[in-house]
Write a protein that binds this ligand. Structure first.
Ligand SMILES: Cc1cc2nc3c(=O)[nH]c(=O)nc-3n(C[C@H](O)[C@H](O)[C@H](O)COP(=O)(O)OP(=O)(O)OC[C@H]3O[C@@H](n4cnc5c(N)ncnc54)[C@H](O)[C@@H]3O)c2cc1C
Length: 405
């Protein structure tokens, strides 16, 4: 009898897990959207540099082509004791092994008014909404004031795209930590601030947001910052499903797993991608999620066959942080490179990873790859190549940022 494997979520981790299992097994992927959203590039929606369709990979089609069942539904309950996951509309899905790959949810950390008045920055739909609001704001006369809460990777990438498309806007960037991009070398914080100098940008660090109103942001030090549009990039937190399934010790936490990705709380249940909390925590990155999906799939099969599980070993890859038309950072340890040409590397990663996860239907053909490349450009066809040419011309403007104290 074939083994029933259920995968919850078809993002980076769920999709790569599904691709890693043979069609001989009885695999069901249940995800609440038919695509895998390419989140590392969603900032580009703000400036219309990319269109939503370019960032939505056809996960459903890819999973079905791999010979598996795809169910478009939200899993609302997992019973690890009876080995059942329940879909909101599709009912019970029984499993012999389960892979939970649900990513995270937007976290507003209980800040008063943030859910109502700040726009989240967590999905293609979120960023398309922000783009629409930015365009509506630009069409209005008078001042255009945008507040970005969060000066991490998402906040800085959002700032770069707003400067690209709306260079006259007044922008306030608020970060709770002592500097922008707190997990990267200090040189990045300094470079971002220097690049912002010609623009109307104010950076606040060590500043905690206390409340968000419709037209202002209030900080813990008593400042009242007027805002026509507030963008929330406060980072993700664990899905409520993890807590209700008993996979986490508390609500909002990530699911603790062994180094094999098997849930500490439930043998036979594997957790992959952002949802998993390894004994030695790693950054929540798409490339880790893809590798974890592959590892979780292999270990789920090993568990069903009674073979020993293998540990997940995270690969070290450089980090790419886009800063609009001003450039892109490539961070390797304590060193970084900055310049417009590095943006080509980020685009290259997008094209390669997208082609690896969901190859064009006419695999290997130049036409199929061109369709995806052209589809990712702001304008179809040759006019869109201007951005590529801009990147190539900027190849000479490359700065090495050595480690600083
Ligand atoms: C703005 C932003 C920028 C980022 N930039 C980078 C970057 O530059 N480089 C990088 O490597 N990483 C980046 N990341 C992180 C990266 O996107 C994540 O690490 C990656 O998406 C995690 O993959 P995942 O499969 O765990 O989760 P996701 O990609 O979030 O996929 C989870 C899937 O599960 C589905 N799902 C959730 N709950 C349920 C449910 N109950 N039932 C059914 N389906 C469900 C979701 O709809 C989704 O399709 C960024 C993330 C964000 C938000």
């Amino acid at each position: 009898m074939s083994r029933r494997i259920v995968i919850v979520g078809a993002g980076f981790a769920g999709l790569s897990a599904a691709i890693g299992i043979s069609a001989d097994d009885d695999v069901t992927v249940v995800s609440d959207q038919p695509w895998c959203e390419f989140l590392p590039n969603i900032h580009e929606l703000l400036s219309s540099r990319k269109r939503p369709t370019a960032l939505r990979l056809d996960a459903q089609g890819r999973i079905q082509r791999a010979g598996h069942r795809f169910v478009l539904d939200e899993i609302v309950e997992i019973d690890v004791a009876t080995h059942r996951a329940r879909g909101r509309t599709s009912g019970a899905h029984e499993f012999d092994a389960l892979i939970v790959a649900v990513g995270g949810v937007n976290a507003t950390h209980g800040v008063d008014g943030a859910d109502r008045h700040a726009l989240p920055f967590k999905s293609v739909g979120d960023c398309a909404r922000i783009r629409d609001r930015l365009q509506a704001l630009a069409a209005r006369s008078g001042e255009h004031r945008v507040v970005i809460v969060g000066g991490g990777l998402e906040g800085v990438e959002a700032l770069g795209e707003i400067l690209r498309a709306f260079p006259r806007f007044h922008i306030e960037l608020i970060e709770g930590g002592p500097r922008l991009l707190p997990t990267t070398p200090r040189s990045l914080d300094r470079t971002v601030r220097r690049e912002c100098a010609p623009f109307d940008v104010t950076v606040h660090v060590e500043t905690r947001v206390e409340a968000v109103h419709e037209d202002a942001v209030l900080t813990a030090d008593g400042a009242h910052i007027p805002s026509d549009l507030t963008i929330w990039t406060g980072g993700p937190t664990g899905s409520p499903l993890l807590a209700s399934a008993g996979l986490t010790p508390s609500a909002g936490a990530w699911a603790p797993v062994h180094d094999t990705l098997e849930a500490s709380a439930a043998p036979g249940v594997f957790v992959a991608g952002d949802a998993a909390q390894l004994p030695a925590p790693i950054s929540k990155q798409a490339y880790h999620a893809i590798d974890m999906g592959t590892c979780a799939a292999a270990n789920a099969i090993r568990r069903l066959e009674g073979r020993p599980l293998e540990p997940f070993s995270p690969s070290g890859k450089p980090m790419l942080i886009s800063f609009g038309h001003l450039g892109c950072f490539l961070v390797v340890g304590k060193w970084a490179l900055f310049g417009p040409a590095v943006s080509l590397a980020k685009e290259g990663v997008f094209q390669l990873v997208a082609a690896q996860l969901v190859p064009p239907l006419d695999t290997g053909s130049a036409a199929g790859l061109w369709d995806r490349f052209a589809g990712a450009l702001p304008e179809p066809g040759w006019p869109g190549l201007s951005s590529l040419i801009h990147g190539l011309v900027g190849a000479t403007d490359l700065r090495v940022l050595p480690p600083n104290p």
